[in-house]
Design a binder for this molecule. Structure first.
Ligand SMILES: Cc1ncc(COP(=O)(O)O)c(C=O)c1O
Length: 367
């Protein structure tokens, strides 16, 4: 099976882990040990941000960002319904209301126009998602946020290595949240990071990461234990160094696959609009005329041939059993997209020969 994504772990990551274990320092009481601090500095530099705050998961990064922005019960946060559930989860966790909006059928991301229509007096923040690794249209979203005095928490969990107007994700947001889950473009097994240019937010989030403490046993605010362990940070440092090569390989694979699939009239291929750089976390195609179970049958056929095709995401969040209580919007594009898309492997371990095989098998399967 050619899996949809595989962690790219080598000897350097293994050596980095052993080194930390031998050092005897495996975590830090306030969440920032020597390796974590080093990783935060390197990540901030890579992402053109003043600060980076390492945490234990991408979900924690989102949760801290929401809490740090002062969002609470009675507030509304606008987000796309077509994303991984964690984006919505953190809003519900804090007692606020997720306001699900539709997506653009070409980019699968929220558009500024859609966001502006959903703003009410209760809206406090916008959470754009850089879905599949393609950044959202952040500059006009920033303008809307400024006009209505809203915070932007960008879910960049899938976008390491992407860029928008030549800038890394996060530059137009108050905070950007990253995941280092095992499938991601760079991984620490589990792990997360927040980047921000705001000194005050950064300081607050550092305290909140560690029980609201600036000093031990003297909580200044409500916090959590969201520490990233030293071993994870050591892996992250190596992975960050390797990230440009990983992205290079993903780009090459995506380009070859698009060339191979270009004659398939039934497929909508993923786009990289001018001024955007895709991270190709997921190479996602749409079977344009797919109704009922047609898409699922094709994914099954591909699996039988050894291709780990997967569907991200089968159910838009507003239709998930738990989330229906937040209202029943009709989100036509998100619902249609969920029935028609599937993703194909382009990770750095996929060879040119395998890309050929994937392309050929997909063309055959859709006929
Ligand atoms: C879009 C999106 N948001 C949030 C997350 C949550 O990250 P984590 O799994 O590290 O908690 C993920 C990844 O799983 C994701 O893909």
């Amino acid at each position: 099976m050619i899996p949809i994504n595989v962690p790219q772990i080598g000897e350097e990551e293994i050596a980095a882990v052993v080194k930390v274990m031998k050092s005897g320092i495996i975590t830090h009481g306030l969440g920032a040990g020597p390796m974590v601090t080093k990783f935060e500095k390197a990540f901030a530099k890579f992402m053109n941000a003043r600060h980076a705050i390492a945490v234990n998961t991408g979900t924690s990064a989102l949760h801290l960002s929401i809490a740090g922005a002062g969002i609470k019960r009675g507030h509304e946060v606008i987000l796309p319904s077509f994303t991984f559930v964690a984006t919505a989860e953190v809003i519900a966790m804090i007692g606020a209301k997720p306001v699900f909006v539709d997506i653009d059928p070409e980019t699968y991301n929220v558009s500024p126009r859609i966001i502006e229509k959903a703003i009410t007096k209760k809206t406090k923040a916008i959470m754009p998602v850089d879905l599949y690794g393609l950044p959202a249209d952040m500059q006009p979203i920033r303008e809307i946020a400024d006009k209505h005095d809203l915070a932007i928490i960008e879910d960049a969990a899938q976008a390491h290595g992407a860029s928008y107007k030549r800038k890394p994700p996060g530059v137009f947001a108050d905070t950007a949240c990253w995941s280092f889950y095992a499938s991601k473009n760079m991984t620490t097994g589990e792990g997360g990071m927040i980047t921000t240019n705001d000194d005050e937010i950064a300081e607050k989030l550092r305290f909140m990461r560690s029980h609201g403490e600036k000093e031990k046993y003297k909580s200044l605010m409500l916090g959590h234990n969201y520490h990233m362990p030293e071993i994870q940070a050591a892996i992250g440092l190596v992975q960050l160094k390797r990230l440009p090569k990983f992205i290079g390989k993903r780009r090459q694979n995506a380009k070859k696959l698009s060339a191979r699939l270009s004659k398939a009239k039934k497929l909508q291929l993923p786009k990289e609009p001018k001024g955007y750089k895709h991270s190709w976390y997921l190479y996602t195609v749409r079977l344009k005329d797919a109704k009922g179970k047609r898409r699922d049958k094709i994914v099954e056929k591909l699996k039988q041939k050894g291709i780990g095709a997967e569907v991200y995401y089968v159910i838009p969040i507003h239709l998930m059993p738990y989330y229906r209580k937040f209202g029943k919007p009709r989100l036509k594009e998100a619902e249609k997209t969920a029935r028609q898309v599937f993703s194909l492997p382009v990770h750095p371990g996929v060879t040119a020969k395998q890309i050929e095989f994937i392309g050929e098998t997909v063309l055959h399967a859709i006929e």
